[in-house]
Design a protein around this ligand. Structure first.
Ligand code: ZN
Length: 278
């Protein structure tokens, strides 16, 4: 990381190339295959033909920041290689910024990792489960914890939702937004999924954990439970206590990491931080 991005000039050049490198013509003078040169002491590049200036930081999370780009890139890198999340304390220590700055950076990077909008349906079969997060370590009372639902395509992506209560009324819209009608749906024996509509909309099969069943006739929820296991261990180990209000951003962070587990996450985060300009 330090080799590729030794200073802010290298970071800025990367952002210019990745955001504007594909320009076929100068947006100002229209010259084909435009050549741009770095403007010294400014965060901009200039067209050789018409002197039009492009500021690659405009419209990125780096636009108004006073934190050096190398520090931002370093923090993004930490998020990309971590399995268990990155605390503000760790950014403070590793990047060498104040705790306040580290906290703000982490918050913005987590926003990049939140994927929303039309994400499309998951492929079949899908596993669905819910977990209860937060509260004191030994607290087992579900009322003191925040429920999170997850639906996971085996070998594919996971989608998550933090809900005020885990029940059929919160589960059904979540499922119908993410799972195509008629898909195979695997759950445990929870009564949340015993709602008659689940049977009508999906090809629903459940596993009886209470009878020590974990895989039966190809029906299992082991994958989605694995996702929750990783999430809980990380929240306990790295973040210690997360308020219900912020929980969704941490859950999104882990879903992002899971969904892009076969990709180069650092490059992906840089592309999210500074999206390509057409
Ligand atoms: Zn031009």
């Amino acid at each position: 990381m330090r080799n590729q991005f030794p200073d802010d000039d290298a970071c800025l050049q990367y952002l210019f190339d990745s955001r504007y490198g594909g320009l076929k013509a100068c947006p100002n003078c229209g010259v084909i295959s435009p050549k741009y040169y770095r403007v010294k002491k400014r965060m901009s590049f200039v067209c050789k033909e018409c002197r039009f200036q492009i500021y690659p930081l405009v419209g990125t999370i780096f636009e108004k920041t006073t934190t050096p780009l190398t520090d931002w890139f370093h923090a993004l890198y930490l998020f990309s290689v971590s399995k268990n999340g990155v605390s503000a304390k760790e950014i403070e220590r590793q990047v060498g910024v104040s705790y306040k700055t580290a906290h703000r950076m982490a918050k913005m990077i987590r926003i990049l990792m939140h994927e929303s909008g039309k994400l499309g349906f998951l492929g079949t079969p899908v596993e669905v489960d819910e977990a209860y997060i937060g509260g004191k370590k030994k607290q087992t009372d579900k009322d003191k914890k925040t429920p999170v639902m997850a639906v996971l395509e085996v070998g594919g992506h996971v989608r998550t939702l933090v809900v005020p209560r885990a029940n059929s009324s919160t589960a059904l819209p979540f499922l119908e937004n993410n799972v195509r009608v008629g898909s195979m749906l695997h759950t445990d024996e929870s009564k949340i999924y015993k709602h008659s509509r689940v049977k009508v909309v999906f090809d629903h099969k459940s596993i009886r954990h209470i009878a020590k069943e974990f895989v039966k006739d190809g029906v299992t929820t082991n994958h989605v439970e694995g996702f929750f296991g990783q999430l809980k261990r990380s929240l306990d180990g790295t973040y210690h206590a997360v308020s219900p209000y912020y929980l969704h951003s941490y859950v999104s962070e882990f879903a992002f990491r899971y969904n892009h587990r076969h990709e180069k996450i650092f490059q992906l985060l840089l592309a999210k931080a500074g999206p390509k300009v057409l």
